[in-house]
Design a protein around this ligand. Structure first.
Ligand code: PLP
Length: 438
C-alpha cells in the first residue's frame, strides 16, 4: 500500500471527523514524523514547529529520554485501574508537588486540561458549599461540561449544580475595557470591576475564580503587575477558591515552572496538562492545596476517570519533568525567550507597522496584527489565512488565533532556530504590510 501525502490526505478526508471545523472546508496539514523543533511530511518537506502544536510540546518532538521512559513503562505495566497504588503514579505526583511547593498536598490525575478544570471546579464547589464560578471572557478552559450532567447513574447527583458560570473582563491594556491608558490603571480598574462582579453576584454564592495563569489562546495577555495579587486578595477577602489554570502557561513556557510563580502568589488549586509531558500521552490533573486536601480527608470525592493516573501517562510525566530539569529547559526558555526571541520580535514590530503589539514572556509570545496602528482594526480571517499559508509554505508552523501570530517554540529551542523563524516571519510580514495595511 502506497503511503504519501495524497493518500494520507484522502483517507483523512474520507474517514476522520475533525474538531472545531466545517468538515468540507478542511485542508489538514500532513505530518509523518518529528524530532526536536522539526516535523516532516511523507515527502520529506520539513517544518520548524513554532506552535509547539497546541502549545504543548515543551520538550520538542520525540525527545529520546521521554520516549525511553514510556518504553520502560510499556514493558512493566501498560494500564491499571485508578484505585490501585502504583510507583509511576507516586513518582509523577511527587515531582509535581516538588514544583508546586510545600503548600500543596496531593495530585488528582485526569486525561487532559478540560477534565482537570472540571474536577478543580468540583473540588471548589464541594469545599466551599457554593456553586458559582467566575472566569474571564478572555479565557479558554476546555471543551467538556455536559458529560456528567448527561450521566444517568447516581454519581450524577452530587454534581447537579443549579447555577453556573459568570464572566468578567480581565486586563488587556491594548484593547482596554476600562478606558485605561497605562498598566497601573488597567490593573486597578480591572480589580475594581472584579470586586463589583463579586458583590453583584453575591460573594456567598461564589465557589471559585478560575483564571489562566497567563491567558494564552486569548492572546498571550500578560497580566499587569499587581493584578494576580489583587485577585488573590479578593479571593481571601470573600472566601473564594482561586483555581490557577496552568494548562498552557505551565512547565517552562513563561521561563518558570509555573506562570503564577512570577506573581508570588499561592493558588488553592492548580490545573495542568499539555507541557506536563509535552502531550506524548494524554494527561492532566489538579494539584491540591493542603487545606482543600484536608477537607476531603473525611469526605468522599464524587469524581473519577478510568484512566486517572494511567501508567504510560505517569511515566511520561516523570521523564519529561526530569529531562526538563537535567537539560535546563526552563532556564533556556527564559534566556532565549526573553533574549533573542523577545528582541527579534520587538525588532520586527519596529520594522512592520502591521504589528500593533508584541507581548509575552519566555517562549510564549503573540504578535497582534492590525491594518492600522491608530484604529487598531484587526486583520480579517481571510487575511490571517493568507499569512498562515505563507508561513507554512516557507516551512514555519505558527499558532494563529484571530488576528494574532502566537510564537511558541519548545522550551529547548536553539538561537539558530529562533533566527530561522524570525527570518520567515520577517519576510511574510513584509509581504503582508504591502497587501493588508490601510
Ligand atoms: N486550559 C487552557 C489554558 C488551555 O489552553 C486548554 C487547551 O488549550 C485547556 C485548558 C483544555 O485542555 P485540553 O484540550 O487538554 O482539554
Amino acid at each position: 500500500m502506497t503511503i504519501n501525502n495524497q493518500t494520507v490526505f484522502d483517507a483523512d478526508r474520507a474517514h476522520v471527523f475533525h474538531s472545531w471545523s466545517i468538515q468540507s472546508a478542511l485542508k489538514p496539514l500532513i505530518i509523518k514524523s518529528g524530532l526536536g523543533s522539526y516535523l516532516w511530511d511523507y515527502e520529506g518537506k520539513r517544518y520548524l514547529d513554532f506552535s509547539s502544536q497546541l502549545i504543548n510540546t515543551n520538550v520538542g518532538h520525540q525527545h529520546p529520554k521521554v520516549i525511553a521512559g514510556i518504553k520502560t513503562q510499556l514493558d512493566t505495566l501498560t494500564t491499571i485501574a485508578p484505585a490501585t497504588a502504583n510507583h509511576a503514579r507516586n513518582e509523577a505526583a511527587e515531582r509535581l508537588l516538588a514544583i508546586a511547593g510545600d503548600d500543596f498536598a496531593k495530585v488528582f490525575f485526569t486525561n487532559a486540561g478540560a477534565d482537570a478544570n472540571e474536577n478543580a471546579i468540583r473540588m471548589a464547589r464541594l469545599y466551599t458549599g457554593r456553586d458559582k464560578v467566575l472566569s474571564s471572557y478572555r479565557s479558554y478552559h476546555g471543551n467538556t461540561g455536559a458529560a456528567i450532567a448527561a450521566t444517568g447513574d447516581t454519581r450524577r447527583v452530587p454534581n447537579e449544580y443549579s447555577r453556573g458560570h459568570v464572566h468578567f473582563f480581565s486586563p488587556y491594556l491594548y484593547r482596554s475595557d476600562f478606558w485605561a491608558t497605562d498598566e497601573a490603571q488597567e490593573c486597578e480598574r480591572g480589580l475594581q470591576h472584579l470586586r463589583r462582579v463579586i458583590e453583584a453576584e453575591g460573594a456567598s454564592s461564589i465557589a471559585a475564580i478560575l483564571l489562566e495563569a497567563l491567558p494564552g489562546t486569548a492572546g498571550v495577555l500578560v497580566p499587569p503587575s499587581g493584578y494576580m495579587q489583587g485577585v488573590r486578595q479578593l479571593c481571601d477577602e470573600f472566601g473564594i477558591v482561586l483555581i490557577m489554570d496552568e494548562v498552557m502557561a505551565g512547565f517552562g513556557r513563561t521561563g518558570k515552572w509555573f506562570a503564577h510563580q512570577h506573581y508570588n502568589i499561592t493558588p488553592d488549586l492548580i490545573t495542568f496538562a499539555k507541557g506536563v509531558n509535552s502531550g506524548y500521552v494524554p494527561a492532566g490533573g489538579v494539584i491540591i492545596h493542603q487545606k482543600i486536601n484536608a477537607y476531603f480527608d473525611d469526605k468522599s470525592f464524587p469524581g473519577g476517570l478510568t484512566y486517572s493516573g494511567h501508567p504510560l501517562a505517569m511515566a511520561s510525566i516523570v521523564a519529561t519533568l526530569d529531562v526538563m530539569a537535567q537539560e535546563h529547559m526552563i532556564e533556556n526558555a527564559d534566556t532565549i525567550g526573553n533574549g533573542v526571541l523577545a528582541q527579534g520580535l520587538k525588532a520586527l514590530a519596529d520594522k512592520h507597522t502591521i504589528i500593533g503589539e508584541v507581548r509575552g514572556m519566555g517562549v510564549f509570545w503573540a504578535l497582534e496584527l492590525v491594518k492600522n496602528r491608530h484604529s487598531k482594526q484587526k486583520l480579517s480571517a481571510d487575511e490571517m489565512n493568507t499569512i498562515k499559508a505563507a508561513l507554512i509554505e516557507r516551512g514555519l508552523l505558527p499558532f494563529i488565533a484571530e488576528n494574532r501570530i502566537h510564537v511558541a517554540p519548545p522550551c529547548n529551542v536553539s538561537t539558530d532556530e529562533v533566527a530561522q523563524a524570525l527570518a520567515i516571519v520577517d519576510e511574510v510580514l513584509g509581504m503582508a504590510c504591502t497587501q493588508f495595511i490601510n
